[in-house]
Write a protein that binds this ligand. Structure first.
Ligand code: TMP
Length: 208
């Protein structure tokens, strides 16, 4: 990677309420101030097709989406995002910051919904076309913290899931993260600014 973040793909992952969106924004601002060309994306979403799929996945439409159909929908969004945005922008030297990526499917559809992990990974591989994050930052919060942060907000279709589901998702995330070389685990219960400071310092020591 040399002495620059240019052309790198940095991913934030975590349970709902862990702060992935806030931290993606803070990192993007920091890198823009340093003069980088930055693209912020989210999964599902990030393209016109992806946003339409996001509405299907998270909207309040009452459809009974089966686990495998749900996985395919996430992969549709991912396949489009990789080809329409990620590959061309990385080639231009843009730093891409993604609020969630393929590990979300392993954690939520694999560990959470019970789809065999190797099947989820096989579909991810097709959608990703060889693209791999340079760093994956996992913002870890426990279930008590998740409950606290989600109370008061109107839950989307995924957030309506029971505590047991989120327990499996968190365990799945931790298992995946431990087996990955480029993963950075950060305590997501810390104050926002402290998390951001740690994110930047870890990225500097691991990517530059
Ligand atoms: P968010 O943008 O608010 O984080 O919402 C995305 C939701 O979709 C969140 O509950 C996590 C879930 N999700 C999956 O279940 N699988 C996936 O592959 C991705 C990207 C997200």
């Amino acid at each position: 990677m040399g002495n620059s973040f240019a052309g790198s793909l940095i991913v934030f992952e975590g349970l709902d309420g862990s702060g992935t969106t806030t931290q993606s924004g803070l990192l993007a601002n920091y890198l823009k101030e340093k003069g980088y060309s930055v693209l912020e994306i989210e999964e599902p979403g990030g393209t016109t097709l992806g946003r339409a799929v996001r509405d299907l996945l998270l909207g309040d439409h009452g459809m009974d989406i089966k686990p495998l159909s749900e996985l395919f929908l996430y992969e549709v969004s991912r396949a489009q995002l990789v080809r329409e945005k990620i590959i061309p922008e990385l080639e231009k030297g843009t730093v891409i910051i993604s609020d969630r990526f393929a590990i979300s499917s392993v954690a939520y559809q694999g560990h959470g919904r019970g789809i065999p992990i190797d099947e989820v990974k096989a579909l991810n591989a097709v959608a990703l076309d060889g693209v791999e994050p340079d760093a994956t930052i996992f913002l870890d919060i426990d279930l008590e913290e998740r409950d606290k942060r989600s109370s008061g907000e109107k839950p989307d279709r995924i957030e309506k899931e029971a505590r047991e589901f989120y327990k499996r998702v968190r365990e799945g995330y931790l298992e995946e993260i431990r087996s990955m070389d480029e993963a950075i685990l950060i305590n997501g219960s810390l104050p926002k600014k402290e998390i951001s400071r740690r994110v930047i310092s870890r990225l500097q020591s691991e990517l530059l």
